[in-house]
Design a protein around this ligand. Structure first.
Ligand SMILES: [Zn+2]
Length: 371
């Protein structure tokens, strides 16, 4: 791994030197190109097709990291609940896809273009269909409000990645690495989290589910996490969970919708929660930990190693340049240290999506059951 860092640093250093070789004209041209590149990043926009491609790339990384539950029944159920919610959203026509990840860790991840992932562990902790809908609604909010895409505008790895030859394809590959890092580390802005909660409240209300169930789930999650010192997995990023629960309570206070749909949930989802202390985590030296770039957990139990990854985002940059698979390049230096158990949780080995289709009439029938 040290080797790749050195390689990246050399690449980064090579750029300005290269500019000098072109003489004054070359330098001016380079400066112009740099301005254009900066503009391109500032205005970074993706067509819907590019957003989907980006989302597919990111989803593959997530699936390779955690594996996919190979159960069509479970997928069909989550797909139906997710589709009902997505149809109420600002972007109902996206090809929404809901994927159940094969890990005991409690988490959910939204990827651009309409991919929503939820873990087996989260389904085990969720008590009813309304809670499921609320969690999916939060992730749908990250997609419809383009939070992940907005986040990568600030990411140096994408800027540098897009500087390499290869144009749009290289830009999207670099962006996919940065988005993956952000998603795995739950590195959303505080405002984005509250915004996604708001979307969840709106969508659950519209679909007929009791909106305050998002707060119920967060409360249960907080109780489960009381032994954890560090921020941990789903909904554990900014802002602090308590503040979010309070805001959710205020937003949901006037809601009329009241369906919980507990029986149908229990019929379709048989998973039981795993105590956080019993979750198997990916250990030191094993592949598959979350990316090394991007933001760090706030609390650390040990002094950091000398690796300069924090300030420079080298982990992400390394990936952007080397374009390695997330399971191959990730640093194991974190181990479970300083990472929440949900984020470091072991995943299944099969990344293949479980393809299920839901027809309009199936969705309609499903909606009738929300009462
Ligand atoms: Zn979120």
């Amino acid at each position: 791994m040290k080797q790749s860092i050195v390689m990246v640093v050399l690449l980064a250093l090579a750029s300005p030197a290269h500019a000098q070789l072109g003489g004054l004209g070359g330098a001016l041209k380079k400066a112009q190109q740099a301005r254009e590149m900066k503009q391109k990043i500032d205005d970074l926009t993706f067509s819907e097709e590019e957003e989907r491609k980006l989302g597919e790339d990111v989803s593959l990384k997530i699936r390779e990291r955690f594996g996919v539950v190979q159960d069509a029944g479970v997928h069909k159920y989550v797909m139906l609940a997710g589709t009902v919610m997505a149809q109420q959203s600002e972007r109902p026509t996206l090809p929404w896809t809901f994927i159940v990840l094969d890990t005991d860790g409690v988490n959910a991840f939204a990827s651009p273009g309409g991919f929503v992932h939820i873990t087996r562990g989260a389904l085990g902790l969720i008590a009813n269909e309304a809670e499921l809908a609320a969690v999916l609604g939060h992730e749908i909010g990250h997609v419809t409000r383009k939070h992940t895409i907005n986040a990568i505008r600030k990411n140096n790895a994408v800027k540098l990645g897009s500087d390499q030859a290869g144009g749009r394809a290289a830009l999207i590959a670099a962006a996919a690495n940065a988005v993956y890092d952000n998603i795995i580390e739950n590195a959303y802005d505080r405002g984005d989290e509250l915004d996604a909660d708001k979307v969840s409240i709106e969508l659950t209300q519209k679909a007929g589910y009791k909106p305050s169930t998002l707060g119920d789930f967060l409360n249960r999650l907080a109780e489960r996490n009381t032994s954890q010192k560090e921020r941990n997995g789903l909904f554990a990023s900014h802002p602090e969970t308590k503040e979010r629960i309070t805001k959710i309570g205020q937003l949901a206070a006037s809601a009329k919708a009241a369906a919980l749909v507990e029986a149908r949930y229990k019929t379709n989802i048989k998973y039981r929660p795993t105590a956080i202390t019993s979750i198997a985590v990916v250990t030191e030296g094993a592949a598959g930990l979350a990316g090394a770039g991007g933001k760090e957990p706030e609390k650390k139990e040990e002094p950091k190693k000398e690796e300069p990854k924090k300030s420079l985002g080298l982990g992400a940059l390394r990936k952007a340049v080397a374009q390695e698979k997330p399971t191959a390049q990730v640093s194991a230096s974190g181990g479970a240290r300083g990472l929440g158990a949900d984020r470091a949780a072991k995943g299944g080995s099969n990344p293949n999506p479980v393809k299920v289709s839901v027809s309009a009439s199936e969705v309609d029938a499903f909606k009738k059951g929300i009462a």
